[in-house]
Write a protein that binds this ligand. Structure first.
Ligand code: 13P
Ligand code: SF4
Length: 320
C-alpha cells in the first residue's frame, strides 16, 4: 500500500481528521480535503478543530496551531507530523522576557498574535490571527484601551497605522515574510502592470505599501476569484499557490521577490517549519502517536484558553 492509502486507512480506523494550513505541501492539503478534513488559515483551523467531533486531530502546520487545537479541545488527542515545527515569531518571544515586557506596561491590554506559545497566550487578554486582528484592535481602540502587541512588529505596525490605536510593539518577525523586498516588488509591478498585488501583513511596510489587498492567507485566496485580474503577484509563503491555482487554473500567479537584482533565488518564500510536514511524517504521527502528541498542563490550558475564546466569541459576533 502507498503512503496516501495508509494514511487514509489510519484516519478511518482511528476516527481521526486531518487539518492542514495552506503553507504545507500540496499532497497534504489535497489529502485533508479528500478525507473530510480541511485546509485553512489559522483562525479557520482553530474553529474547525474546536467544533469537529473527531476524537483525534492530526494538525499539519506549525506548533502553535496544534497547541491552539489542544487548548480549545483538551479532551481530544492532538497529533502533529513534527513537533519540532515551530515559527520564528514563537521562538522570538520567550515567556520570561515577555513577562518583563508586560510588567513595563501595566496600563495596557495585552493582545498577542496566534503565532505564539501557550505560555505567551496564557499571559494575554486577547489572541488574534491575521484575519481578525484589525477588527479586534479597532474595537479595543474604540473603547479607549492602550494595547501591548506581540510578537510580529510588521503586523503590529500595520495595525497601528490602520486603526490609529495606541500600541507598544514587541520586535519579532517572520523569517519568510521579512524577506520580501519593496524595491524589487516595484520592478515586478512595472513588468506586470495588470497584476493585482496580494500581501500578507507579516511583510515589512515597504512591501505592504505596494499591496492592492492585505490579508490572511484565506483573504488572499478569496481575492484571486473576487478580482477579475488575470495575473497576481503574491507576497506570502508559496505553499498558497497550490490552492490559488486550483481555484483559478487559467490565471497567472507570480511569487513576490525576496531578493535584490542579480540574486539567483528570486523568491525563496517557503517556511522552513511548514516544510517539516510530509506525507511520511503524517503517517508516522498516526502510527506512533506518543512521539507526536501535543501535551499541555491543564492549568496552562485553562489560562491560555481565555484569550483564545475571547477571539472566537468576537468572531461569532462579527460573523467571521
Ligand atoms: P494565517 O492566519 O493568515 O493563515 O497566517 C498564519 C501564518 O503563519 C502566516 O505566516
Ligand atoms: Fe511562522 Fe512565518 Fe512560518 Fe508563518 S511563515 S509559521 S509566521 S515562520
Amino acid at each position: 500500500m502507498d503512503t496516501i492509502s495508509l494514511i487514509k486507512r489510519e484516519l478511518k480506523q482511528q476516527g481521526a481528521v486531518l487539518v492542514a494550513h495552506y503553507y504545507v505541501e500540496p499532497e497534504i492539503q489535497d489529502l485533508a480535503l479528500e478525507t473530510g478534513g480541511m485546509v485553512g488559515d489559522s483562525l479557520e483551523m482553530a474553529k474547525f478543530c474546536k467544533i469537529h467531533t473527531a476524537k483525534t486531530l492530526l494538525v499539519a502546520g506549525v506548533r502553535f496551531m496544534g497547541e491552539t487545537a489542544k487548548i480549545l479541545s483538551p479532551e481530544k488527542i492532538v497529533l502533529m507530523p513534527n513537533l519540532q515545527a515551530t515559527c520564528s515569531l514563537d521562538i522570538g518571544c520567550p515567556a520570561d522576557e515577555f513577562a518583563k515586557f508586560r510588567a513595563q506596561h501595566p496600563e495596557c491590554t495585552v493582545v498577542v498574535y496566534a503565532n505564539t506559545s501557550a505560555e505567551i497566550k496564557a499571559q494575554s487578554d486577547w489572541v488574534v490571527t491575521s484575519s481578525i486582528a484589525k477588527k479586534i484592535i479597532t474595537h479595543l481602540h474604540a473603547t479607549g484601551q492602550k494595547i501591548l502587541w506581540a510578537p510580529d512588529r510588521h503586523l503590529g505596525t500595520y495595525l497601528k497605522e490602520k486603526t490609529g490605536a495606541d500600541m507598544v510593539l514587541w520586535q519579532g518577525s517572520c523569517v519568510v515574510h521579512d524577506e520580501f523586498k519593496g524595491e524589487e516588488l516595484a520592478y515586478t509591478k512595472q513588468k506586470y502592470p495588470n497584476a493585482l498585488v496580494l500581501v500578507h501583513p507579516e511583510s515589512p511596510a515597504e512591501v505592504v505599501k505596494h499591496a492592492d489587498v492585505v490579508g490572511s492567507t484565506s483573504r488572499l485566496l478569496s481575492a484571486v476569484s473576487e478580482f477579475s485580474n488575470d495575473t497576481f503577484i503574491v507576497a506570502t509563503d508559496q505553499g498558497i499557490l497550490h490552492e490559488m491555482k486550483k481555484q483559478e487554473p487559467t490565471k497567472t500567479f507570480i511569487p513576490a521577490p525576496t531578493a535584490g537584482k542579480g540574486a539567483t533565488c528570486k523568491s525563496c518564500a517557503f517556511c522552513p517549519w511548514m516544510q517539516m510536514n510530509s506525507l511520511e511524517s503524517c503517517l508516522e504521527a498516526l502510527q506512533y502517536q506518543s512521539q507526536h502528541e501535543i501535551l499541555l498542563e491543564p492549568q496552562l490550558i485553562e489560562r491560555a484558553s481565555k484569550p483564545i475564546l475571547n477571539m472566537l466569541q468576537f468572531a461569532q459576533r462579527v460573523n467571521l
